[in-house]
Design a protein around this ligand. Structure first.
Ligand code: NAD
Length: 255
């Protein structure tokens, strides 16, 4: 029996580097998964997972900044699988700009997607979970950049600190409903996100090497190294984990 056997799990940012791996590993642990990402995102990996676990994975296109799309994500889970046990609020965007050059559009964009949309989705999911009334779990993907100061990431760092604080605050507000809320704070993970950030630099190989060196492990993390922690937090094994922001950062934040 899998660690998430028959739990209905929503995963946002599902077509991204960590999201695709989460869909696969959640399904492998027996979960019923509603995977969602922006229209137009490549979904071959999710299609493969759907074929491997027939009837277990449903994909719904949606922009988490759109209220109708948030409602559709939740409706897909309840129509298809009848309930919601777990939300992995994983979607996110990065703005890597020096403070003095960050525009109003950039700060609005990153706060809107990373914080506002996460708040509204978690709130909607929590309403459903309260109605269901049994032990459930919400996990948010924060960042080590929300725990310590990264250069050129004031906007992203503020948004990810906001995500971490959402987890702590929601855990308080939902304590009477046996809904546990935790966040993971990954170090740099080898997904499209850091590669996209580095595109604008000519010395990107040197920056990549410096990023690797900043982790005690001497390398970036792999998506599954975050997702295994998320699966633990989603599972009943983590029944005493609540309101925690857990670093999974190869030692980045301990120096
Ligand atoms: N890769 C890293 O180094 C790193 C480190 C710490 C935290 N994180 C966080 O991990 C999470 C997953 O990121 P990843 O590494 O897989 O990067 P990624 O860029 O591959 O995935 C992010 C996903 O979020 C989706 N997304 C963005 N805006 C959206 C919107 N408006 N509506 C719906 N979906 C939207 C994207 O389409 C994308 O598929 C993010 O929250 C990110 O901030 C990443």
């Amino acid at each position: 029996m899998g660690r998430l056997e028959n739990k209905v799990c929503i995963i946002t940012g599902a077509a991204g580097g960590q999201g695709q791996v989460a869909v696969e590993l959640f399904a492998a642990e027996g979960a019923k998964v509603v995977a969602t990402d922006l229209p137009g995102k490549a979904t071959e990996a999710i299609n493969d997972t759907m074929q491997k676990y027939p009837g277990k994975v449903r994909y719904v296109r949606g922009d988490v900044t759109s209220t109708p799309d948030l409602n559709q994500i939740i409706k897909t889970a309840t129509d298809r699988f009848g309930r919601i046990d777990v939300l992995f609020n994983n979607h996110g965007v990065m703005v890597g700009s020096p403070l003095l050059e960050t525009t109003e559009e950039e700060i609005d964009h990153v706060l809107n997607i990373n914080v506002r949309a996460s708040f509204l989705l978690c709130q909607r999911v929590a309403h459903h979970m309260v109605e269901q009334g049994d032990g459930l779990s919400i996990i948010l993907n924060s960042s080590v950049g929300g725990l310590v100061g990264f250069p050129d990431m004031a906007a992203y760092g503020a948004s990810k600190a906001g995500v971490a604080q959402l987890a702590r605050s929601m855990a308080n507000d939902l304590k009477e409903h046996q809904i546990r809320v935790n966040a993971v704070a990954p170090g740099a993970i080898d997904t499209p996100m850091p590669h996209k950030y580095l595109e604008k630099f000519e010395d990107r190989e040197e920056i990549w090497a410096a990023m690797e060196k900043a982790h005690l492990t001497g390398r970036l993390g792999r998506p599954e190294e975050v997702v295994w922690l998320v699966i633990f937090l989603a599972s009943d094994e983590a029944s005493f984990m609540n309101g925690a922001v857990v670093a999974v950062d190869g030692g980045y934040s301990c120096v």
